[in-house]
Write a protein that binds this ligand. Structure first.
Ligand SMILES: [Zn+2]
Length: 258
């Protein structure tokens, strides 16, 4: 039984029998891993608070060949999201991100870029909340940022810099048109079919793909822009997952009224 030792984020947990929990982790070394934490539901569990959502931990587990569930032997907290209190908005956002990571990334497939995205986004969110930079709209914006990146890292987002047909650079275009598959096209190639994206919306997507989450959160933009980026993300996510995410209602709560 090989022993594994890796940094990981807790994504979610489910009760299993009276004393145990099933935990879903996103590990740096092995991607998504599901395991059993024996005794985790007991009052004085050795797992303590280490299994709260998006706690970053050092995870030690045993994996048996051909078994989906690994056996968790230790889980030490590296960083908790709950140290200095947490708002219900941040909880909602993290729950949504956990579902996206769980839905988009495959078991046992490492994805270091996704690991770094999660770490940087959690840091930016916590820091912005500490600095009081978080009107409701900002939670909504960072969710949209995370969605676009999740789509990209899972391979469901095309290269947006150039026209999908003639490969023309789109940055100088008056309008970009988006096919049902999410492929951007220049005016000529599109024949004006598909969804028209204003240059500002297209640029906002470019900003998401080139800025860190902290930088993205620090800039103020026209409120309607993120709603439009959001509509695109929603459509691409529903298409990729063939359903709407379950924790989607958090986004409707945070969506700014225009
Ligand atoms: Zn073209």
């Amino acid at each position: 039984m090989p022993l594994h030792d890796t940094e990981a984020f807790v994504l979610r947990t489910f009760s299993l029998k009276e004393a145990d929990k099933i935990c879903v982790f996103f590990t740096r070394e092995a991607g998504k891993v599901r395991g059993v934490a024996h005794g985790a539901r007991k009052l004085r569990s050795r797992f303590g608070a280490s299994l709260e959502p998006f706690t970053e931990v050092t995870l030690t587990y045993f994996a048996k060949e051909n078994q989906e569930l690994v056996s968790i032997s230790a889980c030490e907290i590296l960083r908790s999201q709950f140290v200095a209190g947490i708002s219900s908005e941040r909880m909602g956002v993290m729950q949504y991100w956990a579902e996206l990571v769980d839905s988009f990334l495959l078991d046992h497939e490492p994805n270091d870029a996704a690991y770094r995205l999660i770490a940087a986004s959690l840091d930016a969110l916590r820091q912005a909340e500490t600095d009081n930079l978080m009107p409701l709209a900002r939670y909504y914006e960072i969710c949209r940022y995370f969605e676009i990146w999740m789509l990209k890292l899972a391979g469901f987002f095309p290269d947006w810099r150039t026209c999908g047909l003639c490969e023309k650079d789109l940055s100088g275009e008056q309008a970009v048109y988006l096919t049902n598959e999410g492929m951007p096209q220049c005016l000529n190639c599109s024949g004006q079919r598909g969804d028209e994206l204003r240059p500002a919306v297209w640029r906002t997507i470019q900003e998401i793909l080139t800025q860190s989450p902290a930088k993205f959160l620090s800039l103020t933009r026209e409120p309607g822009l993120l709603n439009q980026v959001g509509n695109i993300a929603t459509r691409l996510i529903a298409r990729a997952l063939e359903r709407e995410p379950r924790s989607y209602e958090v986004l409707s709560r945070l969506r700014p009224a225009l």
